[in-house]
Design a protein around this ligand. Structure first.
Ligand code: ADP
Length: 494
C-alpha cells in the first residue's frame, strides 16, 4: 500500500487532480481549463482529446509536485461532470463525435416528440428523471442518428458509450475496462434506479443497442488499474461518482436527511433520502446518491442553473464588479436590498419551475438604485432560488435542520448569512470546501481499506463556520413575496 490517494475531478470547465495523504489532507493539486465548443446556439461540446490531455496533464503535475510515483498511490478516485455523452470505437479508442455536454439543448424537439408519445410518466417512474435533453439518452440517440455509419457499428458491437468517468476509465486502463458507477448510470435516463439495471423498455424507446453500454458497479469498487504507460505503473482505480453525489459524500452526507448545497457555476441541492427512492411531487429529481457494498442510497435533487455565474455576468457583461469576491464588500455596504429584485433566468428556470423559455429581469429600479443594489440583489437571488428548492423538498416531506454548503461562492460570508436568513435554516461551511474532489478520494479510500467504514468520513468532516438565521420573520416574508412576484413576471408557463 502507498501513502497517498489520488482524486481526479473532471468538471465542465476544468480538470483537477489532488493528491491526498491517507488522512485526506491535501499534499498537492493541479488544475487546467480546456476549451468549450459552441457549434450552434444551444449546442455545447467538448473535444474528448482535450479532456483526456487535461486529465493526463493535471494528474502528472499533481503527482510530481507531491513527489509521488505510482507505487506511492494507494488508489485513484474519479468524479466528473455528469450526463455528458461520449461514444468511441472499441478498437481504436477514438471518439466518433465530440462529447455532447449536459448543457446542450439540441435534442429538445426529439424529447418533445417522446413526450407527445406519453413517455414522461414511464421515464419518471423508472429513472426518477424528467424527460429532458439534459440527460444522456437523447444525446446518444443523436450521435447514432447523425454520425455516418454509427448505428450500424453500434449494433455490430464495435462502439462503446460512456459518461466522462467511463471514458476516462477506458483510457486510464488502456481499453481494458468499460464500466461506470450507479450514480453516473442514474443520470443517463436508461437506468432503472429501482432494479439497478439498464432498462430494455427505455433502451427501445431511445433506440439504443444494449451492446453499447458499460457495466454498472458500486461507487466504491474494483474498476481496474491504470496502464503502465499512463504514469509508469499500475494504480488501482477504486472509486467513481458523479460530481454532485461526490460532493454529498465529501460533505459526509451519509445519513438520511442530510442535505448539501453546492454553489459553483450553478447550484445543486441534494438531500439524502436513505434506502427510499422518494418520488417528488414538485418536479425534483430522484437520483442514486451512492451505492456502497450493493446498498443503494437515494437522493432528492434540485438544480438552479445560474448561481456563481450571475457574478460572472455582473463582471463580464455589465462590468459593474471587477471580481466575484468584490460583491461581498458591496453587499456589506448596502445591506439587504428590498426594492430591487434580480431574476437571473438567463437560460430559463430550473427546479421547481422547469421553464426553459423564462428570461432574466431586474425589477423595482428607482432613480436611487445603483451598482451596489444590483450586485447585492443578484447575490440575494441565489438565496431565493435555493429557498424555492428547499420549499419544494419540504412539500415532498423533507425538512433539513441544517444545510452544508460548498463551492466557490461560499467564501462569501455575507451571502451565507443571507442564505441562512432566507432559508430560516442554519448553514454550515466546512473547513474543506472542495467537497467534490474530496468525495472521490473518500470512495477510493473506502474501497482500499484506508477507511474502515464509511462512517469514518463523518469523523473527518469539520465545520469552519455556522450561520444561524437572524432575520425577523416579517422581513423574510416581505422579501420572499417580492421574489415570488418577480418570478411570476418572467415566467413563460406560469
Ligand atoms: P465551478 O466548479 O462550477 O467551475 P467553483 O466552485 O469554482 O465553480 O465556483 C466558482 C463560482 O463562484 C464563479 O461563478 C464565481 O463567480 C463564484 N464566486 C467565487 N467567489 C465568490 C465570492 N466571494 N462571492 C460570490 N461569488 C463568488
Amino acid at each position: 500500500m502507498g501513502k497517498y490517494l489520488l482524486a481526479i475531478d473532471q468538471g465542465t470547465s476544468s480538470s483537477r487532480a489532488v493528491v491526498y495523504d491517507h488522512d485526506t489532507s491535501v499534499v498537492a493539486s493541479a488544475q487546467q481549463e480546456f476549451p468549450q465548443i459552441y457549434p450552434q446556439p444551444g449546442w455545447v461540446e467538448h473535444d474528448p482529446e482535450a479532456i483526456w490531455a487535461s486529465v493526463s496533464a493535471v494528474t502528472k503535475d499533481a503527482m510530481s509536485s507531491a513527489g509521488a510515483g505510482p507505487a506511492d498511490v494507494t488508489a485513484i478516485g474519479i468524479t466528473n461532470q455528469r450526463e455528458t455523452t461520449l461514444i468511441w470505437d472499441r478498437d481504436t479508442g477514438q471518439c466518433i463525435y465530440n462529447a455532447i455536454v449536459w448543457q446542450d439543448r439540441r435534442t429538445a424537439d426529439y424529447c418533445r416528440e417522446l413526450k407527445k408519445d406519453g413517455l414522461e410518466t414511464l421515464i419518471a417512474s423508472k429513472t426518477g428523471l424528467r424527460l429532458d435533453p439534459y440527460f444522456s439518452a437523447s444525446k446518444i440517440a443523436w450521435i447514432l442518428d447523425n454520425v455516418d455509419g454509427a448505428r450500424r457499428s453500434a449494433e455490430a458491437g464495435r462502439l462503446a458509450f460512456g459518461t466522462i468517468d467511463c471514458f476516462l476509465l477506458w483510457r486510464l486502463s488502456g481499453g481494458a475496462q468499460h464500466a461506470t458507477d450507479a450514480t453516473n448510470a442514474s443520470r443517463t435516463m436508461l437506468f432503472n434506479i429501482h432494479t439497478q439495471q439498464w432498462d430494455d423498455e427505455l433502451l427501445e424507446a431511445f433506440n439504443v443497442p444494449r451492446v453499447l453500454l458499460p457495466e454498472v458497479k458500486d461507487s466504491a469498487a474494483e474498476f481496474g488499474v491504470t496502464r503502465d504507460s499512463f504514469c509508469g505503473g499500475a494504480i488501482p482505480i477504486l472509486g467513481i461518482a458523479g460530481d454532485q453525489q461526490a460532493a454529498l459524500i465529501g460533505q459526509a452526507g451519509l445519513e438520511t436527511g442530510m442535505t448539501k448545497s453546492t454553489y459553483g457555476t450553478g447550484c445543486f441541492v441534494i438531500a439524502n433520502t436513505g434506502s427510499k427512492a422518494l418520488v417528488s411531487k414538485q418536479q425534483l429529481l430522484t437520483t442514486v446518491a451512492m451505492r456502497l457494498d450493493g446498498d443503494v442510497t437515494y437522493g432528492l435533487e434540485g438544480s438552479v442553473f445560474v448561481a456563481g455565474s450571475a457574478m460572472q455576468w455582473l463582471r463580464d457583461e455589465l462590468g459593474i464588479i471587477e471580481s466575484a469576491p468584490e460583491s461581498e464588500a458591496m453587499a456589506v455596504r448596502t445591506g439587504v436590498v428590498e426594492d430591487v429584485v434580480v431574476v437571473p433566468a438567463f437560460t430559463g428556470l430550473g427546479a421547481p419551475y422547469w421553464d426553459p423559455d423564462a428570461r432574466g429581469a431586474i425589477l423595482g429600479l428607482t432613480r436611487g438604485s445603483g451598482r451596489d443594489q444590483i450586485v447585492t440583489a443578484t447575490l440575494q437571488s441565489v438565496a431565493y432560488q435555493t429557498r424555492d428548492l428547499i420549499d419544494a423538498m419540504a412539500d415532498d416531506g423533507l425538512s433539513p435542520s441544517v444545510i452544508r454548503v460548498d463551492g466557490g461562492m461560499v467564501s462569501n460570508d455575507w451571502f451565507l448569512q443571507f442564505l441562512a436568513d432566507v432559508l430560516d435554516i442554519a448553514v454550515e461551511r466546512p473547513v474543506n470546501v472542495e467537497s467534490t474532489v474530496l468525495g472521490a478520494a473518500y470512495l477510493a479510500a473506502f474501497k482500499a481499506g484506508v477507511l474502515q467504514n464509511s462512517g469514518q468520513i463523518s469523523e473527518y468532516w469539520q465545520c469552519e463556520s455556522r450561520y444561524e438565521p437572524q432575520m425577523p420573520a416579517e422581513q423574510r416574508e416581505r422579501l420572499l413575496q417580492a421574489w415570488k412576484e418577480a418570478v411570476s413576471r418572467v415566467r413563460s408557463n406560469g
